[in-house]
Design a protein around this ligand. Sequence first.
Ligand code: FMN
Length: 183
Amino acid sequence: MQAVIISGSRNPSGQTATAANAWLKGFASKEGDVELIFLPQSCIERCRQCEENGWGICRTEGQCVIEDDFASIVSKIRDADAIVFATPVYFGDLSESIRAFLDRLRRVCRHEAGRAGINGKSAIGICVAGGGGGGSFSCTVSLEKVLRTCGFDVVDLIPVRRQNLQMKLDVLRLTGEWLAAQI
Ligand SMILES: Cc1cc2nc3c(=O)[nH]c(=O)nc-3n(C[C@H](O)[C@H](O)[C@H](O)COP(=O)(O)O)c2cc1C
């Protein structure tokens, strides 16, 4: 049983990582293996909107023309049983790195070949508002929209605020245990 956590934070010991690690602990306690990927440490270009009509081979082949870390991360998603997307809340929305990744993923998922191994896969969203604490809910709405456009089965979305992070760690751990039991 394999899960991948894709983090849009650059800080491996920050609040987003703390939240992601709580989920990981729950999933791992049920014998699940978890790989944690920090997107800002990967090379993920933004979409080039290749052709004049705004599309590219994403539409016709379900692949992206850009040669960076995108394809290898998508391959890990396809091989996993469940995916967690964890983002710090920036301006009440997704971080730039997770946005760039999901902007490209939703395009390749328009094609049957691109959707393979992604469509219907269980996904969980975690949005950590670590500043004033505002914007975690609007961020979960953004995340749900793009994950559904990709075709994921979004089984839970967990808004976290700096002020309730400690309490949410228990919720995250239990959610990891719960999802492991579903798989
Ligand atoms: C550009 C930017 C925008 C931010 N916007 C918000 C926000 O809307 N609400 C909030 O509570 N915190 C906001 N923050 C604070 C981040 O949410 C906080 O730094 C993040 O949760 C920390 O996660 P990390 O420790 O994983 O980096 C913002 C931070 C940055 C850099």
